[in-house]
Design a binder for this molecule. Structure first.
Ligand code: PHE
Length: 344
């Protein structure tokens, strides 16, 4: 074999071996093996002196070329391995330092708002419209037009916040939503089916069962031939949708100046099914609102014929919410403690 051919074989073999090398250590070994003093190139180099002048040049040049090729193949291989090894190390040493994102707490409706909307929805489903009215009312709408005479107990300083404006006719923070019965009838001819949710205020000592400011929802239906049976039917549907289909609605004679006859409306306790428990204070029945047939004097006050027929009812939203969510203290609804508000 001629020395040049021998060199070409060395080149091929060296390049093939480099290609198969899997680590930089292996490449270093091959470098020593092929380019080192005991390697094949060195061996060929040693024979140069024995060659005739002409051939010595050719073989010398070929040897340099092959050495150069192998050297650059080694450099390229090392660079390549280095890149791969670095990538592997980075992957292996990868550390996940991602922190859980901060999720801002999402808001939701206040329990009273939820209950109010639920109540309104039930009456809207029965064909009632929704109206709202002023929190600061006149004495006339709050009392007189509702058949509450000047010296009636409900007007006493105990119950009502009077707003002193210097006006001869005192303003009050409405102690109930019933003034809206009058305002609606003054401006609308029957038939009238309306509910009026809204804030009311009373001079009550604040405790677990009383608030000085709370919400009511008023109901008013005026139409031809409205009877007490209609009232009971509507409240029956309401109570069953609100608290449970199995309960019983009971009406108990009562007194309101603006309704005749008047009633307190009870539902059989949905917590114990009427057998008596803490929710119903052992009574088996829970009072949920006042109601009755609109008094002829109220119809007179708004210019309706006194024989007009209609019913009205009014309930406290906090009371309904308290029952619905088994809340012990009405004040919890207004303390804005997120632990309470989130507890549903
Ligand atoms: N306004 C009465 C109250 O606040 C409730 C009521 C409304 C009763 C309508 C009868 C008819 O207690």
């Amino acid at each position: 074999m001629s020395p040049v051919q021998e060199l070409e074989d060395i080149e091929k073999e060296a390049l093939r071996a480099l290609q198969g090398a899997g680590s930089s250590d292996r490449v270093r070994e091959l470098e020593i093996a092929y380019l080192g003093r005991k390697g094949p190139l060195a061996r060929v180099g040693k024979t140069l002196g024995t060659l005739p002048m002409e051939e010595r040049r050719t073989v010398g040049q070929a040897a340099n070329r092959v050495r150069g090729l192998i050297e650059s193949a080694i450099a390229a291989k090392l660079a390549n391995l280095d890149r791969m090894e670095r990538a592997g190390r980075l992957e292996a040493e990868r550390l996940d330092i991602t922190l859980p994102g901060r999720t801002p707490p999402s808001g939701k409706l206040h329990p009273l708002t939820e209950v109010l909307e639920e109540v309104v929805d039930i009456f809207v489903g029965l064909g009632f419209q929704v109206a709202e009215g002023p929190l600061v009312e006149t004495d006339y709408y709050s009392f007189q037009a509702l058949n509450i005479p000047q010296d009636h107990a409900a007007r006493s300083m105990q119950d009502t916040f009077y707003v002193n404006t210097g006006n001869p006719q005192p303003f009050v923070l409405r102690p109930h939503t019933s003034p809206m019965q009058v305002r609606l009838m003054e401006t609308t001819k029957p038939p009238l089916y309306v509910v009026v949710p809204g804030v009311v205020a009373r001079r009550d000592e604040v405790d677990a069962n009383h608030l000085a400011q709370f919400m009511q929802i008023e109901g008013l239906a005026v139409d031809e031939g409205i009877t007490f049976g209609d009232l009971k039917g509507v409240l029956d549907v309401f109570a069953k949708q609100m608290f449970g289909a199995n309960l019983t609605v009971r009406m108990h004679p009562s007194y309101f100046p603006f309704t005749e006859p008047s009633a307190e409306v009870y539902v059989s306790c949905f917590a114990c099914d009427g057998s008596g428990c803490p929710t119903c204070r052992g009574e088996g029945w829970i009072e949920i609102m006042g109601a009755g047939m609109v008094h002829p004097n109220v119809f007179r006050a708004v210019g309706y014929p006194p024989e007009t027929t209609g019913f009205a009812f009014g309930m406290g939203i906090e009371r309904i919410a308290k029952l619905k969510y088994s809340v012990n203290d009405l004040r919890s609804f207004y303390e804005n403690d997120l632990r309470f508000l989130d507890a549903r």
